[in-house]
Write a protein of this length. Structure first.
Length: 359
């Protein structure tokens, strides 16, 4: 059971690491700007970041994917009572470049000028599907999502994972209505000398916000932290699997040694009558291998039930396949055979004169 669990946990963690999220968290830094005194400081900071050769794109944001967005409701019609949960994120233009997101239709958020009463909204495809529209049909349509009566769809994004893989993809919107503060500055860095880049970014930060502490988060590290409990579970199961195999091998070794001692004279007679070393080894190993096969038969349904229950906690997970059980079973048989075979071989190679001299 532990060996099968180890295989499934390892494959699921591999799946999580290789899963395409719909955005690119690598080399993206979220800098906390809560302590900025005014908009002038924020504008100066953004400009300073953009002048760095190691920075590809910058935007301001309320949060980031897998962060803490606001919760609203998306309605198909203005008078609809029950809508769909919609996560919203107040951002500045250029967020899709920073996060590496793909527009399916429409255009990015435009610059917001004083007196502009239009609220520009960019929805993901799941939200547009709920509205029964194609991405192309949605562009320019008025959207009822508790962002005011003048909210219009500017663009449609490819779906992305705004939460961990424990949750299915939901409706998500980026907008430019100043309802929430944009306390983060998201910085997309190029893949260069990271320590030097961080020094430059920190220097630019302290130049613009001299009284503020430089607090930041790497998006990829934040995403890794979301699965820390699963990683700990995988390590614990792996260690327990090794210990269980070791203890089982010691137990088998002792049982075979005991059986060989009880059948010492029988083995000696068989050797005198011409039995080969391999046939005697197989004779001793056979009884124990039957027990191993019974153990595998009992373990498979229990392991299947256990891993299925664990995987159901993920909205996106691997499929449990027959080869996982076969691989664990073959490995168990191989380990048991090597343990039993070693002691059996030792008994078969013993001098039959020693075991029969009293007869």
């Amino acid at each position: 059971v532990l060996m099968i669990g180890t295989v499934v946990l390892y494959r699921q963690m591999q799946f999580i690491q290789q899963k395409k999220l719909g955005f690119q968290p690598e080399q993206v830094l979220a800098v906390n700007t809560t302590a900025a005194e005014d908009k002038a400081q924020l504008d100066a900071l953004m400009q300073n970041f953009r002048t760095l050769s190691s920075v590809e794109a910058v935007c301001r944001a309320q949060t980031y994917p897998a962060g803490r967005p606001s919760g609203r409701s998306l309605y198909r019609a203005e008078n609809e009572e029950n809508g769909m949960l919609l996560w919203t994120n107040h951002v500045s233009p250029g967020f899709e470049k920073v996060l590496g997101m793909k527009l399916l239709a429409g255009s990015p958020l435009p610059e917001k000028y004083p007196g502009d009463t239009i609220v520009h909204v960019i929805l993901n495809k799941t939200a547009v599907d709920y509205l029964n529209l194609t991405p192309e049909e949605a562009i320019g349509k008025k959207v009822h999502c508790q962002l005011g009566s003048s909210a219009f769809i500017t663009g449609v994004l490819e779906d992305f994972h705004a939460e961990s893989l424990h949750h299915p993809i939901g409706a998500y919107a980026f907008h430019d209505r100043p309802t929430e503060s944009r306390d983060l500055m998201l910085v997309k860095m190029n893949a260069g000398n990271l320590p030097e880049t961080m020094k430059q970014i920190q220097s630019a930060f302290h130049t613009s916000l001299p009284q503020s502490a430089f607090e930041y988060t790497f998006l990829d590290e934040h995403l890794d932290a979301m699965y820390r409990s699963e990683q700990r579970t995988a390590r614990v199961v792996f260690v327990f699997s090794l210990l269980s195999v070791l203890i089982s091998c010691l137990g088998l070794f002792g049982l075979v040694a005991f059986a060989a001692e009880q059948r010492r004279k029988e083995i000696g007679i068989r050797r005198v009558l011409g039995a080969s070393v391999s046939s005697i080894t197989t004779l001793l190993a056979g009884d124990f291998m039957k027990l191993v096969l019974v153990a595998i038969a009992l373990a498979v349904p229990l392991a299947w039930w256990s891993v299925q229950n664990w995987l159901e906690d993920f909205a996106y997970h691997i499929e449990v396949q027959w080869w996982m059980f076969t691989a664990a079973g073959v490995l168990a048989i191989a380990i048991a055979f090597m343990t039993v075979g070693f002691q059996g071989l030792r008994a078969a190679l013993a001098n039959p004169v020693e075991s029969l001299r009293n007869e």
